[in-house]
Design a protein around this ligand. Structure first.
Ligand SMILES: C[S@@+](CC[C@H](N)C(=O)[O-])C[C@H]1O[C@@H](n2cnc3c(N)ncnc32)[C@H](O)[C@@H]1O
Length: 348
């Protein structure tokens, strides 16, 4: 018997090949594997799946085999023929018909984000995003690069919506927001979190302030299911007057921007906010020492590659909010992907 493999070498192997796992997931989604299996009357063999996908039998077989230990598929080998079905994970998150499906975000990660990550060393050298290298588009005006075509804009906007079907209620109930009736979701995308908010707090009205292209994309392609409780306002949160509100939501917005731009935005929010009102910041908050969680540290690198900000600790958020005039800082770890911070504007 050979000697045990050095655990450090095993770890190195895992790290070095980690990107292959993501690519299996992205390819299976792109090929439509999970939808094919969701629509089938029962588990399918390789021949039926390769025919259904219009893909080679050899490639299909290898992809299916890899999906099983990744727990994307279940396999039944009774009778000598392998038959595949969606796993619980795939049924919940990888099919178009699932209300908690995440396919648009996976498509975005597999195309735009993956290409940017191919330039990580350049991003570290230069300290800036990689849209020029990855897509040949100027990166100075951040969201013009992200929204470089209507199709890209739709994919990003649709992808951003999906997480809130899983994580929205958790961040919205981390604090009792029922005292806030007029809510403004700044940079609220196509309104998925706003819609969830309207559901959780039937007494509120949410205005989503977004850049005009996103509002138009939302109206044309991503209709909301709320009874007039959510509305859109086109505008630039750095330049245009902010709608009056009791509560401002900033979900995954501050991490896009430098401290200087966050300070500018928060000062504007404080100015517009009703006394006694507040701001709800929804982000993945770093541990107090800034050393984890790993997913959040990777999120910071993603901000280097795709934006100009970073993920932050609670103390860093507290300092930014305090400098803008907000007090009563409270952080709630939700146990989900995102955490919630509430800060308030004092009554005179
Ligand atoms: C990372 S996304 C987060 C979207 C949404 N809050 C969510 O968590 O799903 C940042 C959003 O900010 C919007 N945004 C960027 N710059 C903006 C600006 N100057 N004014 C208004 N919205 C802006 C973008 O269009 C984008 O939808």
């Amino acid at each position: 018997m050979g000697s045990a493999l050095d655990p450090a070498f095993r770890l190195l192997q895992e790290h070095a090949h980690g990107f292959m796992v993501s690519q299996v997931l992205f390819a299976a989604c792109e090929l439509g594997l999970f939808d094919l299996l969701a629509e089938a009357p029962g588990p399918l063999d390789v021949a039926a799946i390769s025919e259904g996908l219009g893909a080679s039998p050899r490639g299909t077989e290898l992809l299916l085999e890899a999906c099983v230990p990744l727990r994307l598929l279940d396999v039944d080998t009774r009778g000598g023929t392998a038959r595949y079905a969606n796993s619980e994970l795939a049924r919940a998150y990888l099919t178009s018909r699932s209300p908690t499906g995440q396919r648009a975000m996976l498509r975005y990660l597999g195309s735009t984000t993956y290409r940017c990550w191919g330039h990580l060393a350049d991003a570290v050298r230069q300290g800036s995003n990689q849209y020029q290298r990855a897509f040949g588009v100027p990166a100075g005006d951040l969201f013009s690069a992200i929204y470089r075509s209507p199709a890209e804009r739709l994919q990003f906007t649709r992808g951003l919506q999906e997480i809130w079907s899983v994580d929205g209620r958790r961040v919205l109930t981390a604090f009792d927001l029922s005292p806030f009736h007029r809510i403004c979701d700044l940079g609220g995308g196509a309104g998925a979190l706003a819609q969830e908010c309207a559901c959780v707090y039937p007494g509120c009205h949410v205005t989503v302030l977004e850049v005009p292209e996103v509002v138009q994309t939302a109206r044309a392609h991503l209709p909301l299911q709320t009874e007039g409780q959510v509305g859109f306002r086109e505008g630039d949160f750095f330049e245009d007057p902010l709608p009056e509100a009791d509560l401002y939501i900033l979900a995954r917005v501050l991490h896009d921007w430098s401290d200087e731009k966050c300070s500018r935005l928060l000062a504007r929010v404080h100015h517009a906010c009703r006394p006694g009102g507040g701001v709800l910041v929804v982000e993945r908050v770093l541990d107090a020492d800034g050393r984890g969680p790993l997913a959040t540290l990777l999120g910071s690198l993603n901000m280097l590659l795709q934006a100009e900000g970073r993920e932050r600790t609670a103390a860093q958020f507290r300092a930014l909010l305090a400098a803008a005039g907000f007090g009563g800082f409270a952080l709630r770890r939700t146990g989900g992907v995102h955490d919630a911070i509430l800060a308030t504007k004092a009554l005179p």
